[in-house]
Design a protein around this ligand. Structure first.
Ligand SMILES: [Ca+2]
Ligand SMILES: [Ca+2]
Ligand SMILES: [Ca+2]
Length: 440
């Protein structure tokens, strides 16, 4: 199961719709009239030309999640459309098809159609290699940990396969800053070989390896891979991975160039000197760039006072780190409310002293000075509550103040500082507003 912090939008949907779960599964989107006019034309053409009942497949991750990718893939100036679908006529599971449609004499026509391996389309990315556009398709297999990358070039008639390789994690980005997209692939280990990551760059119509680094063999699965920078400006790849089913960590790969020779290195894992890090953590947190400076913040989790890691439903303090020179340097600590989509940065005077629990009210958290014993709430310091706009407007929250909003102004975040809050720890409302941020 993929554990991910809910987006604020999903949280807002939850609150507004009253659904137990946000709608998942992209088929549900097609049921709604979400295709625009051009997409509808492409869809009609696809149905006409395949002559069968089809089910569109939507990429499950990445930037391109719509049913059709409309863009110019070749030297001819107008757009092509790329669609993924499965036939639904047979009673058996049919393979994934990728169709390319082109608009000819004002009519969309399927010009190319191939079947692909895998059971789902993970993602689709357009790679820019100078004047050449490539299509990178990630394919997953049901109940398998390994995925398959296929890279195609459309030559005007057919999709030429340019590259194909298995991966556990992949990233398409420009690692060597030459304005051409590269591929970082993480390969799982085998009985003969340790797992590794490699960098592939486009050269002479194909992909060539430009660097390779070992990866942590205790990682069983990767949950995210993203590019960013270290504090010294070095480009890096951040890998969030699971160690079995109860632990996560983040590996960082750095890229350097020496006399034109690229070099990929694992900055956090060395098989001869395995270290533990403050970002070795229980499940539930992934890297993020909290301040949009492209330097990625890596989370570590420690139980809030009064909770233990063995306890189900324990609340954690998230400490965010930047990595540099072999060290994770603390940036700040926050309480992260994933379901309600916000962060509250803890001032240093709160760390180790303040804990959090649900209040008796729905969607409300109480921050309190902790004491050991049967009654852990020594002093109530702060309430934060998420409400619908209409609830706020009804006037029942007069003793609260609005500190933020989301969902196009339909969701309000409210705060209340109890009169008896311990003055040594008390945050002012101004400080609360400053320390509160929406979590996307
Ligand atoms: Ca074209
Ligand atoms: Ca490049
Ligand atoms: Ca950052």
């Amino acid at each position: 199961m993929k554990i991910q912090w809910f987006s604020a939008a999903a949280a807002a949907m939850l609150l507004l719709s009253g659904c137990a779960f946000p709608q998942t599964g992209v088929e549900s989107l097609l049921a709604a009239p979400l295709l625009n006019e051009e997409q509808n034309e492409v869809y009609a053409a696809l149905v006409r030309e395949t002559g069968s009942s089809i089910k569109l497949l939507y990429p499950q991750r990445g930037e391109n999640r719509s049913a059709f990718l409309l863009m110019n893939l070749d030297e001819e100036a107008t757009n092509e459309a790329v669609a993924f679908y499965q036939s639904t006529t047979a009673n058996v599971t049919t393979s994934i098809h990728m169709a390319v449609l082109d608009k000819q004499e004002d009519q969309w026509r399927a010009v190319h159609d191939i079947s692909l391996e895998g059971t789902q389309v993970e993602d689709v990315a357009v790679m820019r290699e100078g004047g050449v556009f490539l299509l990178a398709v990630g394919l997953t297999y049901a109940s398998e940990n390994t995925s398959l990358l296929k890279v195609y070039q459309f030559n005007g008639d057919i999709m030429d396969e340019v590259y194909s390789e298995d991966y556990q994690a992949k990233l398409i980005c420009d690692m060597d800053s030459d304005d051409q997209d590269d591929i970082v692939l993480v390969r799982g280990g085998t009985e003969e070989a340790a797992p590794f990551a490699k960098l592939l760059a486009y050269e002479d119509g194909g992909f060539a390896e430009k660097g390779r680094a070992v990866t942590d063999p205790t990682i069983t699965r990767y949950s995210s891979i993203r590019s960013g920078y270290l504090k010294n400006g070095q480009q890096a790849v951040y890998l969030d991975g699971y160690r079995g089913s109860a632990a996560m960590t983040t590996e960082i790969l750095g890229y350097t160039e020496n006399h034109g020779q690229g070099h990929l290195a694992n900055l956090t894992y060395d098989s001869h000197n395995v270290q533990s890090y403050p970002v070795d953590r229980p499940l539930g947190a992934e890297c993020a760039d909290l301040n949009n400076d492209l330097i990625i913040e890596v989370p570590g989790l420690t139980p809030m006072p009064g909770y233990s890691a063995e306890q189900a439903g324990a609340f954690y303090l998230t400490t965010w780190y930047n990595f540099l020179d072999g060290q994770f340097e603390k940036v700040k600590s926050s309480y992260v409310n994933a379901s309600q989509g916000y962060l509250l940065d803890f001032p240093e005077r709160w760390e180790g002293k303040v804990s959090v629990r649900k209040s008796a009210q729905s969607n409300e958290m109480l921050f309190y000075e902790y004491q050991a014993g049967d009654n852990p709430v020594k002093s109530e310091l702060l309430y934060i509550r998420m409400v619908k706009r209409s609830e706020w407007e009804s006037g029942v929250y007069e003793d609260y103040e609005v500190i933020s909003s989301s969902g196009g102004g339909q969701i309000f975040y409210l705060a209340k500082i109890p009169a008896g809050a311990n003055t040594a720890l008390r945050m002012s409302m101004e400080e609360v507003k400053r320390n509160f941020s929406r979590y996307y």
